[in-house]
Write a protein that binds this ligand. Structure first.
Ligand code: ATP
Length: 272
């Protein structure tokens, strides 16, 4: 049968791609002074290479915990986690992750260029090479002209772009983003969403993205993981029907509205 008319060709291809992240039956219980807190319960999630996956759910449902478990910043109480076929610890040691937090976390006394260079230098890269790599990544987020500024001389949105350049500079295979645009105004957020989408288009890196915004999740993701209130469980995984190439105008289409509706419904189902 020709591949062109083989109805299962696409799903077979997807199944053959080695997963970037595999979480099986994972639970996290935090020890607390009064009673233990079950943050995650029985999470099963497989993320393919090059996917853009958002985690969305009510405050305190364990989104950050799940991101931290994948990135080896938190350990699981039960289950298994594999990243590129390695344990999260081995993946971290092989520098699989780039991490972008809600606050830009830049060093105020270092220039923009020096901030982006820092992890490269810690990794042992020669200074001249680190300058070149840092400049290249600053250019990709549109900040080439700002390399000699200090973080406090930049707007919040520009600072967050510096953090993204820093996370991408050592070419991580997986970009972990924990509400990176949550503290920004809506216009800046739209702008950075469009830039991040274009960046993902170009590089097709695996992204795991935590957000509270349904609009942001639908605009950016290839799949949206909807979580329930604590203990966090996966209520539904919604596959995007939008084309890979997206512009902000796409948000006015019926397909976009239908996805927003589906996420809203899953969030509400998770509460019951
Ligand atoms: N170190 C810790 N010790 C005890 N409890 C914790 C710890 N870290 C998180 N928790 C609790 O675990 C639950 C999940 O927290 P987490 O930060 O993962 O949720 P979240 O979905 O990212 O929340 P938000 O959207 O508000 O950022 C919360 O109830 C939180 O209070």
């Amino acid at each position: 049968m020709s591949a062109l008319i083989d109805p299962f060709a696409k799903s077979r291809l997807a199944a053959s791609i080695k997963p970037a992240v595999e979480v099986r039956g994972a639970s996290v219980v935090y020890a607390a002074a009064d009673a233990p807190v079950q943050a995650l319960k029985d999470i099963d999630l497989r993320i393919g290479q090059g996917e853009f996956v958002s985690l969305i759910g009510p405050s305190g449902c364990g989104k950050t915990t799940l991101l931290r478990v994948i990135a080896d910043l938190e350990s699981i109480s039960a289950g298994e986690v594999w990243v590129n076929g390695l344990s999260p610890r081995d993946a971290r040691q092989s520098r699989a992750y780039g991490y972008v937090f809600q606050a830009p976390a830049l060093f105020a006394w270092r220039t923009v260029l020096a901030n982006v260079m820092l992890p490269l230098r810690i990794q042992g890269m020669r200074k001249e090479q680190a300058v070149g790599v840092a400049r290249e990544h600053l250019a990709r987020v549109g900040l080439a002209a700002f390399e000699n500024k200090y973080p406090w001389q930049l707007s919040g949105g520009m600072q967050q772009r510096v953090s993204i350049a820093r996370a991408l500079a050592f070419e991580p295979r997986i970009l972990m983003m924990d509400e990176p645009f949550g503290a920004l105004d809506e216009i800046t957020r739209d702008d950075l969403n469009a830039q991040l989408q274009a960046l993902w288009q170009r590089e097709r890196r695996t992204v795991v993205f935590v957000t509270h915004s349904i609009a942001e999740a639908v605009y950016l993701s290839t799949r949206i993981v909807v979580m329930s209130p604590r203990p966090g469980r996966i209520v539904e995984v919604i596959e995007s029907t939008l084309p890979d190439e997206r512009t902000l105008e796409l948000r006015d289409t019926p397909e976009y509205a239908a996805l927003v509706q589906a996420v809203r419904k899953a969030l509400s189902d998770g509460h019951h």
